[in-house]
Design a binder for this molecule. Structure first.
Ligand code: ADP
Length: 228
């Protein structure tokens, strides 16, 4: 669950990136966050992953009051969420398997669990056959799916995906959203940040539009997604 109450983010440069934002995303939802460049989407994402704290207001994610978190509680909180960055942030010299296993080792998981969990999440993103390949040998779309598998490794309640379709052709973009929808159907809350209005309109569902730091639209719209 994500809840923002009267949140303001004022950067020292003088910019008000978010202005009195109130927002609640319940467990199990699939939400698109849309807005033009500079609207405040990344700032919202940084708040949700506790990279920054609000200038005023409160942020709750997965039961944690984020402004109050300190030290190793921050690390514990971060393991309750999965984040897929635009630039993936994978270790290129590692194999696909090692990239996913790495985050489980940091979380002190047993070897036995890691040996089960890594193939499971790689299977989810249809990359089981590439487990032993070095990450640098994969295409951009495949690397993105490794990043999704890694984000799912710790079985997070919330998955945040930042502009995932930026470098994908339209067909792959639709497939990617379908994959995220499948992940959502398995119980993970998914928040996808994007500026692609066409894609969002096609799938429909809950759409939150941010403009100049404010939520200007937050509604469920019907899409063309036959499965829904
Ligand atoms: P988006 O992700 O929608 O493009 P951002 O959240 O990155 O928007 O930016 C919102 C506003 O805050 C913009 O005006 C941007 O220039 C400003 N901004 C973002 N990050 C910083 C920062 N670290 N310091 C100062 N201003 C920032």
């Amino acid at each position: 669950m994500v809840e923002l109450k009267n949140v303001n983010v004022h950067y020292s440069s003088g910019v008000d990136a978010l202005v009195d934002v109130n927002l609640r995303i319940n467990d199990g939802e699939f939400v698109f966050i849309v807005g033009e460049s500079g609207a405040g989407k990344s700032t919202l994402m940084k708040l949700m992953m506790r990279e920054i704290v609000p200038s005023s207001g409160r942020v709750f994610v997965n039961g944690y009051n984020l402004a109050k978190l300190k030290g190793n509680k921050i690390a514990k909180f971060r393991r309750s969420i999965g984040v897929v960055f635009q630039e993936f942030r994978l270790i290129q010299d590692y194999t696909v398997y090692e990239n996913v296993a790495f985050v489980l080792r940091i979380a002190d998981q047993s070897m036995k669990y890691i040996r089960q969990r890594v193939p499971y999440v790689l299977n989810l993103v249809e990359l089981a056959n590439k487990a032993r390949n070095r990450t640098r040998e994969l295409s951009g779309g495949e690397q993105q799916r490794v990043a999704i598998a890694r984000a799912l490794a710790n079985d997070p309640g919330l998955l945040i995906v930042d502009e995932p379709t930026g470098n994908l052709d339209p067909k792959r973009s639709y497939e990617l959203v379908e994959l995220l929808k499948d992940i959502n159907r398995c119980g993970t809350t998914v928040v996808m940040i994007t500026h692609e209005h066409d894609l969002v309109r096609y799938f429909g569902g809950r759409i939150i539009n941010i403009e100049k730091g404010s939520v200007t639209f937050d509604e469920n719209i019907g899409g063309h997604d036959e499965d829904e």
